[in-house]
Design a binder for this molecule. Structure first.
Ligand SMILES: O=C(O)C(=O)C[C@H](O)[C@H](O)COP(=O)(O)O
Length: 214
């Protein structure tokens, strides 16, 4: 799968909803109710970060939830790509990008949303064929002003800003011409997951859509 094909797939996933929940899940038992709650709130594209021992099992469980499109976040190595694909991930997200990671996504046919934080990183990824990229860590790397500045010399690249995105700044990002969705962990707070407050998570997901004006 070429980078261009991967970006075409990533664009479709980003078009599903304005917000991609970024999930850090400790317990596999929480996977299905959490995914169902987010899908019910109108956010079907889900990024499960490979930051917990349970993450691959969580992806496996969430992949069975109807209406959801589950991807793996925090991909760092070719082994992560192989494991994420085997677990049923439909897409991958990485904080940055290396050639080894890019090659692995091509080999295992996992559409990658690769991270970039500088113009040179954006250009390196564009050279490879990635026209859809994650801007990470958005708020700390330059935020809305930087993305806005890139839209003039690099209009062919669209972004999913992630990292520090919240209900208070999501609209500003989403109103930029080069932003197709945003990623954020705020829709699934640790406390709500720990207490099994799925109704609260559905409410936060629905609110995120409202904030985005959808
Ligand atoms: O590691 C990855 O691949 C990631 O996706 C990183 C996440 O995007 C951010 O950690 C989410 O940031 P917050 O919404 O500020 O909590």
């Amino acid at each position: 799968m070429t980078p261009a094909e991967q970006s075409a797939a990533a664009a479709k996933i980003c078009a599903l909803a304005p917000v991609v929940p970024v999930l850090i899940v400790e317990n596999t038992a929480d996977a299905k109710p959490l995914a169902s709650a987010l899908v019910a709130g109108g956010l079907p594209a889900l990024e499960v970060t490979l930051r917990t021992p349970a993450a691959l099992d969580v992806i496996r469980a969430m992949a069975e939830v109807e209406g959801g499109v589950v991807g793996a976040g925090t991909l760092l190595t070719p082994a992560d790509v192989k494991a994420a694909k085997a677990a049923g991930a439909k897409f991958g997200v990485s904080p940055g990008a290396t050639q080894a990671l890019i090659d692995a996504c091509a080999e295992y046919e996992l559409p990658l949303l690769p991270g970039a934080a500088t113009a040179s990183e954006v250009m390196f990824l564009l050279e490879q064929g990635f026209t859809v990229q994650k801007f990470f860590p958005a708020e700390y790397a330059g935020g809305v002003p930087l993305l806005s500045a890139w839209s003039s010399p690099l209009p062919q690249v669209k972004f999913c800003p992630t990292g520090g995105v919240s209900p208070s700044n999501a609209v500003k990002y989403l109103s930029l011409p080069n932003v197709i969705c945003v990623g954020g962990s705020w829709v699934a707070p640790k406390s709500a997951v720990a207490s099994g407050n799925w109704a609260e998570i559905t409410r936060l997901a629905a609110d995120a859509r409202l904030i985005a004006g959808v």
